[in-house]
Design a protein around this ligand. Sequence first.
Ligand code: G1P
Length: 296
Amino acid sequence: MATKITKAVIPAAGLGTRFLPATKAMPKEMLPVVDKPAIQYVVEEAVNAGLTDVLMITGRNKNALENHFDRMTELEATLEQKGDTDRLHKVEYSNDLADMHYVRQGDPRGLGHAVLRAKMHVGQEPFAVLLGDDLIDERDVLLSRMLEEQISRNATVIALMEVDPAQSHMYGIATVEATDDDDVVRITGLVEKPAQGTAPSNLAIIGRYVLRPEIFEILERTDPGKGGEIQLTDALLEMAESDIAGGVYGVVFRGRRYDTGDRLDYIKAIVQLAVERDDLGPELRPWLQQFSATLD
Ligand code: G1P
């Protein structure tokens, strides 16, 4: 029997070394993308897809994350006194987005290890995992489509996207076979960050997963893989190959995705999102055009 999915797990324990020194005393998930921390986009995406319970797997500096999704009474009182209701709503909005929970990862032993830390909280239900480096445009549908597929197939579902072959060494790459649904494939193979030129396809895992709880038992016995880390991709490969708990399916996403994982992509994401905003776009667009004309 398919169960309604309510829980989202968000790994947020990375060291953020690519953004040092900005991330020296602050988690990289709190870096602003325009005027919202990256992590808030991800929590909003989970909530918009109907998930109500969010577990963050945190590391050091978790205070900023907890504070962001909590009341900030002094700030709220000041804004209220000033009658600045617009900003007050922005501050209050993140307080009650979801039922927030936090667990520390302890040793940073990889994404698979981070997800395994959710075992107690999640229990025996399917659950979603959202990685903070990938932002999905709220106008495009991905997570709710994946939840739908999870329910109808009662299997594990991951998000895939076609990437430039020159980039495939940065992702988990899938080998697939077609299904009757145009945007759904069955996963037959997975490889984590294949060496350049060796990727079996150009279908990359982007950071959204809807997992069946059987993944925990597999993760418990998954040996460290690529980079000496316990890889979620390796556990999913076992699930797919041995057809455990219905196997693994992929929803192929063709919408807008923004990568905030490294500095260059992060800058691009901010520009792309700002250009489309009603409050910033009208002034930013002509400025960008003028500015780009000065570049050779
Ligand atoms: C993780 C996963 C990888 C996936 C990627 C998506 O890698 O291990 O399979 O393709 O997220 O962003 P990371 O980028 O955290 O190293």
